[in-house]
Design a protein around this ligand. Structure first.
Ligand code: ARG
Length: 409
């Protein structure tokens, strides 16, 4: 009896060809697993495609809720953005897909797991590192990285084996998509000086005849987690979708950046992530209102680290768990609501309030209600500057005129 491999199946050209290739070259029985993280498409049709390509079995796992609640919600609490710009949509989904691959490998009693990533991207790293963390006994195969076929040869292989592939690519771009946004790569986008053509946009397209009137949206957060929009309770997944559609309809949420991949290359990346950007903006703002200055500062530093960990494929790691514990602890104070204003091309925070704000009007105001003790400021400022005063005096004694041997000379 042949050994078994669980293949992370997307329904695209590469993984469809991989089904047959793993059988033919590696002599394995292939069990295809398509994990639905909200990428769209007819999953049942794709499942059939895997079977037609020769898979011994094919399953679809609906992980949309899990992706929202266990991955995206954490990323939002962490305001996670790689290079301060990319909200990590693809990076977040891989560790979840791996969880389901590991589970399927167990169910099907498979010795191997395979993915369809190339050798140039981050996703191979995320797949293999996640899998080793979750199921160290499984062996990982990377057929697409190793088969040495280019696109034409892959199509040729598919045609020769009568696989259900379409010869004309449906789009010149490589697209990865889920609840948290959409990534668009390849084609003309590889020239970093070329403006992205209009036809690449989907989620950030303004509907024809859309009015320029702004829309105001109020988002309620409880313990750092958005729970209501305009007073209406919503499940997290539904809420993200709702904000994504609304902000996207104003043309907000486009990202065009040069990204540093884990494997050492820079690439030009385009994203559309209206919901992610709007929600992170709102969440950060509410944190500024409700968190103590030191906690906030420390959290911002750790957020960078968090994004780096997620990007680099280290989601299933003790450090990510420890950072989540910190974030969970600080989030307890992040309660209240944020008012967003959506206008063509922009979403901005125009109001925030909390039942327990760190903002104190009595301390902040310049009018007659002022409760701030101005006299204490005098002593504070003097002591705050004392080390510099001491330093300046010492320098003048040592070096004579400060202006001739100034600070930078
Ligand atoms: N550059 C992004 C990342 O590494 C997006 C990757 C998209 N993946 C894809 N196969 N198109 O997270």
């Amino acid at each position: 009896m042949a050994e078994r491999v669980v293949l992370a199946y997307s329904g695209g050209l590469d993984t469809t060809v991989a089904v047959r290739w793993l059988q033919q070259k590696e002599k394995l029985d292939v069990y295809a697993v398509l994990v639905d993280v909200g990428q769209g498409g007819d999953t049942e049709k794709l499942r059939q495609r895997a079977l037609e390509s020769g898979a011994a079995d094919a399953r679809v796992v609906d992980a949309r809720e899990e992706f929202a609640d266990e991955y995206v919600a954490r990323a939002l609490a962490a305001n996670a953005m790689y290079q301060d710009r990319y909200p990590l949509l693809s990076a977040l989904s891989r560790p979840l897909i791996c969880r389901h691959l590991a589970k399927a490998a167990h169910d099907f009693d498979a010795k191997y797991v395979a993915h369809g990533c190339t050798g140039k991207g981050n996703d191979q790293v995320r797949f293999e590192v996640s899998l080793v963390a979750l199921a160290p006994d499984l062996e990982v195969l990377a057929p697409v990285r190793n088969w040495g076929m280019n696109r034409e040869e892959t199509i040729e292989y598919g045609l020769k084996h009568k696989l259900p592939i379409s010869v004309a690519p449906s789009s010149p771009y490589s697209i990865d998509e889920n609840l948290w946004g959409r990534a668009i790569e390849c084609g003309v986008l590889e020239d970093p000086y070329t403006e992205p053509p209009d036809d690449i946009w989907e989620r950030t397209r303004r509907p024809k005849g859309a009015s320029d009137e702004p829309t105001y949206v109020e988002i309620d957060f409880r313990a750092g987690h958005p729970v209501e929009v305009d007073g209406r309770q919503m499940a997290f997944r539904e809420l993200v979708q709702h904000i994504d559609e609304l902000a996207g309809s104003y043309g907000y949420g486009r990202i065009d950046m040069i990204e540093d991949r884990v494997v050492g290359i820079k690439s030009r990346e385009i994203y559309e992530a209206p919901g992610a950007l709007a929600l992170i903006k709102a969440h950060r703002d509410l944190e500024e209102l409700t968190l103590d200055r030191d906690v906030l500062r420390t959290k911002r530093e750790l957020e960078r680290r968090y994004a780096g960990i997620a990007y680099d494929g280290l989601w299933h790691s003790p450090l990510r768990e420890a950072l989540d514990a910190f974030i969970h602890s600080t989030s307890a104070y992040v309660n209240g609501k944020v008012r967003l204003k959506m206008q063509p091309g922009n979403v901005s925070v125009v109001g925030r309030s909390s039942p327990a704000p760190m903002y104190d009007l009595g301390l902040a105001t310049y009018d007659h209600l002022d409760a701030f003790d101005h006299k204490q400021a005098e002593g504070f400022v003097r002591l705050w500057g004392l080390p510099l005063k001491t330093w300046a005096k010492a320098r003048q004694v040592d070096r004579g005129n400060l202006w001739e041997s100034g600070p930078d000379k």
